[in-house]
Ligand binder design. Sequence first.
Ligand code: PMP
Length: 455
Amino acid sequence: MSTSTQRYQAIDAAHHIHAFVDQKALNQEGPRVMVKGEGVYLWDSEGKQYLDGMSGLWCTNIGYGRRDLISAASQQMAQLSYYNMFFHTTHPAVNELSEKLFDLLPGHYSHVVYTNSGSEANEVLIRTVRRYWDVMGQPEKKIFIGRHNGYHGSTVGSASLGGMAFMHEMGGLPIPGVEHIGEPYWYAHGGELSPAAFGLKCAQELEARILALGADKVAAFVAEPFQGAGGMIFPPESYWPEIQRICRKYDVLLCADEVIGGFGRTGEWFAHQHFGFEPDTLSIAKGLTSGYVPMGGLVLSKRMADALVERGGVFAHGLTYSGHPVAAAVALANLNALDQEGIVTRTRNDTGPYLQKSLREVFDRHPLVGEIQGTGMVAALQFCEDKASRTRFANEADITWRCRTHGFEEGVIIRSTAGRMIMAPALVISHAQIDELIDKTRRAVDRTAAELGLL
Ligand code: PMP
């Protein structure tokens, strides 16, 4: 191991608390030190190259090392490195970005509150939705309904909206006024029901909860169009139309967390367009800047924004870095490139279908894989002990973790969640690179299956 790797590992162990790991175990193992990225590839400090099948944390939609984004940042830093949107002020970079963003969004959205991250977007969501109902003369409409195994961020409010039980255990969450219903994870929870019947059943759980709480108390339903961190779980087709019907019927706002699904991931600009529903708010981040600099936001429908602007008075919220000029300039360069180079269109019509078809060809009959889900540049392989009965391994998280480790050894980064291996490569990936991604993933899955005596 090189001296620079050792040095960074020592500093890291001395000073860092990492995300979602046992710190002591990580310190003993020593983290990988990533030093360079170009396109869909990464290099670590030992010179090993990886195909990044996760585009960072499903955020580098345009790939690493784009010169146009780099020069957008440096030009903006030279021109106006910082200013804010307080003090009755605005600036060109944020306006140019918003013009482009609302060109790309469906026409019934009109306003955005910029943030630095997805978690912050969902924090802003809680206060903004409650404010909206205040302004509408229904201040008792305060409760949010989220879903078990949903993920909306790591801060107090966003982690409360999420339904990760192990996260709730840290810090005494959820906050009051947040409820959770079941997730539309057919493979795990569908039992004998068809996917369509199960999708309806899950959606109708929302209706039952609204009725139990009282529609006059429920402010919003918040969900990811497809669950990301929970395991890239795609709901049955029956789910979203029924959820939308229920939200409309009881005047409950429908809030889509597009932090992963936004900016081309599914082949549509936004994941709700893929599933065919119309949310009132969109939480965005990640692909907005392709991860080059932090930026997120909460997009509001015109109906909500009109109420807040015309009747809301002072909006008692502000972040130092909302609409940061450098982030805005980078986001604009990113959106222009995704649009003008036809990258999202290619994901929908060409590379997305190629990835999905190839995955199914390789894994449909694999003994370890019980289900393949995905669209565009996002996919999941469900591991199972027995395909016919959809039996999952009791220690599925250990097994997928092993597969992910084999992936690193094979030179591909794929992620493990409880029982699923997931991938979300950059949208700029080529056919040859998709072949490489799948080939290396197959080797990692085969090694895992062989260890289990399945191959
Ligand atoms: N929402 C979803 C759906 C996410 O996947 C994430 C992050 N993985 C977040 C919100 C939180 O975003 P951030 O990490 O930028 O705070």
